[in-house]
Design a protein around this ligand. Structure first.
Ligand code: ADP
Ligand code: MG
Length: 238
């Protein structure tokens, strides 16, 4: 686990500034939710945290260490995407083991990590199945398993539930929350769904047009929105 500090972050694509000076503090073990309309810069910010996108200006620290120049693979971060493409020709076991195999971890360690993740996610009886033999929710769990096996300091989620139907979304939301209560891994979760934000977050960060409008505990934002945008965004149903 580790705290995350985002200080004075700006991001420019060509001459367009899409992140215009963002400061966010996320405490050790906190579940932070970035919420805001499509195009406001949530994914770009997450990709900068992961090291997949260069920072134009500002500083990102993880666990007190500035990571601006640290390669993605050395950041001790695991990302769960919206399109959780599993490897179709690999079993559940191998899908989860793969990144550790690439990192040349030893076999017994890999098996131990996969076993632990499978237990946490209720996948123990599905380890020999292939992705096509799984339900949507089970696939989503395997995608999370691939992140968990690495014991990262930080989890990044980019709208991981947006491809699921409404019922499954509610169920997975609860499962992710329970997972966080169990592992207490610092998490940054991106969504444009206000209900997800309100029910999952320790801290909500409301973004708009490359800036943070307000951040705080869900009830703080609900009771004392800083402006009409936050009030409308947090107050209205998804
Ligand atoms: P969100 O995830 O909140 O929907 P994004 O971070 O994906 O928003 O995008 C923020 C803005 O940056 C959008 O206007 C998008 O078009 C632009 N953008 C994202 N990636 C690139 C890129 N590689 N090149 C140019 N513009 C980009
Ligand atoms: Mg996005």
């Amino acid at each position: 686990m580790a705290s995350v500090q985002i200080r004075g972050i700006k991001k420019q694509f060509g001459s367009t500034q899409v992140i215009r000076g963002v400061d966010i503090e996320i405490e050790d073990g906190q579940f932070a939710v970035l919420v805001g309309p499509s195009g406001c810069g949530k994914s770009t910010l997450l990709r900068m945290l992961a090291g997949l996108e260069e920072i134009t200006e500002g500083e990102i620290s993880i666990g007190g260490t500035v990571v601006n120049n640290v390669q993605p693979k050395d950041r001790d971060i695991a990302m769960v995407f919206q399109n959780y493409a599993l490897y179709p020709h690999m079993t559940v076991n191998d899908n989860m083991a793969f990144s550790l195999m690439l990192a040349k971890k030893d076999k017994s360690f890999i098996q131990q990590q996969v076993k632990k993740a499978a237990e946490i996610l209720g996948l123990t009886n599905l380890l020999e199945r292939y992705p096509r033999q799984l339900s949507g929710g089970q696939r989503q769990r395997v995608a999370m398993g691939r992140a968990i096996v690495r014991d990262p300091q930080v989890f990044l989620f980019d709208e991981p539930l947006s491809n699921l139907d409404a019922k499954l979304r509610v169920q997975m939301r609860t499962e992710i929350k329970e997972l966080h209560q169990r592992l207490k891994t610092t998490s940054v979760y991106v969504t444009h769904d206000q209900i997800e934000a309100m029910t999952m977050a320790d801290q909500i960060v409301v973004m708009r047009d490359g800036l943070v409008e307000q951040r705080g505990r869900p009830l703080e934002l609900y009771d004392r929105p800083a402006n009409i945008f936050v009030a409308g965004f947090i107050g209205s149903p998804a």
